[in-house]
Design a protein around this ligand. Structure first.
Ligand SMILES: Cc1ncc(COP(=O)(O)O)c(C=O)c1O
Length: 380
């Protein structure tokens, strides 16, 4: 099997698995307990916070451990909405956000908030001018993703954040779930108040992540209880997974930039290969996109049929994003970039990771070519 679904989740690095195993075995104390087993666990947590803060370029006190990207996004958006609703109830986001942002905004609309969903261009990119034009006196939050999970498009986060600095009461949240380890982002230079991270997208364990929260920023906690994570996220911390995430950060620190360059090479090889296949359309823009995501369509061929034909040949990929791939509707993201319905319904996402090689890409392109010829011949 050749795994090409790394945007859905990555296979944990063997060193991450070993770290999780050791943490479960040895550091089973509750970090809040006062005895030495508790202190040991608290120390592991402290170390993990330090490693994460160093990688992200922030202070240790700005790291809140969560259960992943979905929780981080919910905590950030609802936390701001509930805390600052007396200032205003207007939120700005885009039409191409992950459901963990988009559907949260929809949910807040039921509670009386209003949301502006900014359009994107044919590459899936939001315009800074549109963000500027959307700001209103009652705007409390702008939430924009860094890298789009279906197309790979990179949003102009630094430019937007710099401009938003003149509105200190408008908070800026960034969903960086798909960009960590792929596209660098300087939190402090980009005017970011809150940022979501998920460990399983960079070879860490599932069910753990981070919400970066700027020092001094108060948000309404979603979870009440024991007051862990500075009272923002109550609940006993998932220590083994957090330790595993710290290991994944350390590995990124050491090999991340070399890996990113290697992925760019594979991406180019994949793009050139797909471009040779008659009937294939590449939806991911050639420039300004992350190196690990490639979205393509084969109009007239149902995405699911092609996906299973490729699976039979040993290749694992996705239709749309894994979270919404069971719904037989054209992707909201592809619709937003103006792709026709039949093209959107035939779209597939190939996503690369550290285990993929040039040989994998060669074999995949050849299998894709064969499947397309075969499936298109049935249509005639
Ligand atoms: C852009 C983006 N945001 C949020 C999430 C949700 O993250 P998690 O799976 O950790 O809840 C995903 C997962 O695919 C994603 O791609």
């Amino acid at each position: 099997m050749i795994y090409l679904d790394n945007s859905a989740t990555t296979r944990p690095h063997p060193q991450v698995i070993e770290t999780v195993r050791r943490a479960m075995e040895s550091y089973y104390g509750n970090p809040s307990s006062l005895h030495h087993k508790g202190a040991e666990a608290e120390n592991v947590l402290k170390q993990a916070r330090k490693v994460a803060a160093q990688y992200l370029g922030c202070k240790e006190g700005e790291i809140i451990f969560t259960s992943g990207g979905t929780e981080s996004n919910n905590t950030a958006i609802k936390g701001i909405a509930f805390q600052y609703q007396n200032r205003g109830k207007h939120i700005i986001t885009t039409q191409v956000e992950h459901p963990a942002v988009y559907d949260v905004c929809k949910q807040l609309e039921i509670l009386g908030f209003t949301t502006t969903y900014l359009p994107v261009d044919k590459d899936g990119r939001v315009s800074v001018e549109d963000v500027k034009a959307a700001i209103r006196p009652d705007t409390i939050l702008v939430s924009i993703m860094h890298v789009n999970n279906e197309l790979g498009t990179i949003q102009p986060i630094e430019e937007i954040g710099q401009w938003l600095k003149q509105f200190p009461k408008v908070l800026f949240h960034v969903d960086a779930v798909q960009s960590i380890g792929k596209i660098p982002l300087r939190i402090k230079d980009s005017g970011i108040d809150l940022m979501s991270v998920s460990a399983h997208k960079f070879y860490g364990p599932r069910g753990t992540g981070i919400l970066y929260k700027r020092e001094g920023l108060i948000i309404h906690p979603l979870m009440m209880g024991g007051g862990q994570e500075a009272g923002v996220r109550s609940g006993t911390e998932n220590l083994p997974a957090i330790a595993g995430m710290a290991k994944a950060f350390r590995i990124l620190e050491e090999f991340g930039s070399v890996e990113s360059i290697r992925l760019q090479g594979l991406n180019q090889q994949l793009r050139e290969g797909i471009a040779q296949i008659e009937g294939c359309i590449i939806n991911t823009p050639e420039t300004g996109a992350a190196p690990h995501i490639m979205n393509l369509s084969v109009p007239g061929v149902k995405a699911e049929v092609l996906l299973h034909a490729l699976e039979e040949r040993g290749f694992l990929i996705s239709t749309k994003s894994a979270c919404s791939s069971k719904v037989n509707e054209p992707s909201r993201v592809l619709t937003a970039i103006g792709i026709q319905r039949d093209c959107a319904l035939s779209s597939l996402r190939v996503s690369l990771g550290r285990e993929n090689t040039a040989e994998d890409i060669k074999q995949f392109v050849s299998a894709l070519g064969e499947c397309v010829i075969q499936l298109r011949s049935y249509m005639k």
